[in-house]
Design a protein around this ligand. Structure first.
Ligand code: GLY
Length: 411
């Protein structure tokens, strides 16, 4: 009898231990929870740095970057021309999601609300999805407050005004039509489709899904080369809708692969598959992801452009790794078996690398990450901390934490 009781005890103890092990990373495994605690510390450092001596925050001033030689945030005022203003509120929402701290929620809400003006003005360009879905999208996901929903729906309608039915895509930069000689669509624009899919579903606006699908299809047909590497910009004839040429704006050359452009492709087609269930997107996104993963440096963080002849002495782009890590974690859930498992491993490899001393700011700066590249040809934000790298990093960490806990990756 005693032996039986002992055996039961050992059995239950080992079940208990293995349940614990399912949640806690084992030795040598990447610890998402620990990395999220690091993000929370950096968020608090940033908030206290942004406060005036009187302890006041200006909610219209958003952290944008920290150049390599500096250690304080350079902030930009919210404005229709500032495409990065949604990331800081989004980071605050993610940190609130992790910490459950009511004070963080309050700050996230106040920063978010300073972007409300975007929902009732003519669209300046395609970045409305970045601006409003990273901020208001997360606000609604976490609170379900109606006031957030309406802003997203109105902004989605505004974004839709840039759709040209002759071309079948959204015009990314109206102001650049003379420069490119026609309707221009950039890879980054794929990210803005998520807000259209959401609004179609949540606002009974089916035409927004049609626009998103048309944009994804045209981009798939015209903006990738036969080896699935992407052009940053596709130029179309505004009147006939014909594809004119592929070229670059932020990459090394027209025929090169700009790392973040490809990263937007991986993220964008993962969302397109999620929202449509169309297997063409699932097949395609694997090719786009594989082109990104092929030729990655050992540490999983790409050079800013895969064809910069200065490699291995070219700057890296940590933001591209963060975007792809987040996308691959979602994509891995749509692909049972080895392929999905492989993508999950790649994402964890990137996150582990980004969390190491080589990329994480630690005490050196209040951002999460160093070594991103913004606009290399313009000589801007090279080898810097940039707010969108931090946004996709914390998003990816939360996705990994959910997966480790057996939850839905997107909850
Ligand atoms: N949307 C601009 C960029 O990715 O830099």
């Amino acid at each position: 009898m005693t032996v039986y009781i002992m055996k039961r005890f050992v059995l239950w103890a080992s079940v208990g231990l293995s349940l614990l092990a399912a949640c806690a990373p084992s030795k040598g495994e990447f610890d998402a929870e620990n990395a999220l605690k690091y993000c929370d510390r950096q968020v608090h450092r940033t908030l206290s740095e942004l406060r005036t001596a009187e302890g006041v925050l200006d909610y219209t001033l958003m952290p944008r970057n920290i150049m390599d030689s500096l250690n304080v945030w350079h902030c930009r005022k919210v404005d229709k021309t500032e495409w990065c203003s949604g990331f800081w509120p989004g980071i605050l929402w993610y940190d609130y999601e992790f910490m459950g701290d009511a004070k963080l929620k309050e700050e996230a809400a106040k920063y978010t609300e300073s972007l409300e003006f975007l929902s009732h003005m003519p669209a300046y360009d395609h970045d409305l999805g970045f601006l409003v879905f990273c901020s208001y999208g997360n606000a609604y996901r976490l609170t379900h407050e109606e006031k957030y929903k309406q802003v997203i729906l109105d902004t989605a309608d505004s974004l839709a005004t840039l759709f040209n039915p002759r071309v079948g895509t959204i015009l990314s930069w109206p102001r650049e039509v003379p420069t490119f000689g026609g309707h221009n669509t950039i890879m980054d624009n794929l990210i803005n489709l998520e807000m259209l899919f959401w609004a179609a579903k949540n606002g009974n606006k089916p035409y927004l899904k049609e626009i998103a699908v048309s944009h994804a299809d045209k981009t798939m047909a015209n903006q990738f080369r036969p080896d699935y590497t992407s052009y940053h910009v596709a130029v179309y004839d505004t009147l006939t809708g014909d594809f004119v040429r592929g070229c670059t704006h932020q990459g090394y050359a027209d025929e090169s692969m700009w790392a973040r452009g490809q990263a937007w492709g991986v993220y964008g087609y993962t969302v397109a598959y999620r929202e449509t269930g169309d297997h063409r997107y699932l097949d395609f996104v694997q090719q786009v992801a594989d082109a990104f993963l092929k030729d990655l440096p050992e540490d999983g963080v790409p050079y800013w452009d895969y064809n910069d002849p200065r490699i291995p002495n070219a700057p890296r782009d940590a933001s591209a790794a963060a975007v792809v890590a987040s996308a691959l974690l979602e994509l891995s859930t749509y692909l049972p078996g080895e392929k999905g498992e492989g993508y999950r491993k790649e994402a964890v490899r990137m996150l582990a690398s980004l969390s190491s001393d080589a990329y994480a700011c630690g005490n050196r700066k209040p951002a999460f990450l160093m070594h991103s590249t913004g606009h290399h040809p313009a000589g801007s934000e090279i080898d810097a901390s940039i707010i969108y790298a931090d946004y996709y990093y914390i998003e990816a960490l939360l996705r990994l934490k959910r997966l480790n806990e057996g939850r839905n990756v997107l909850e």
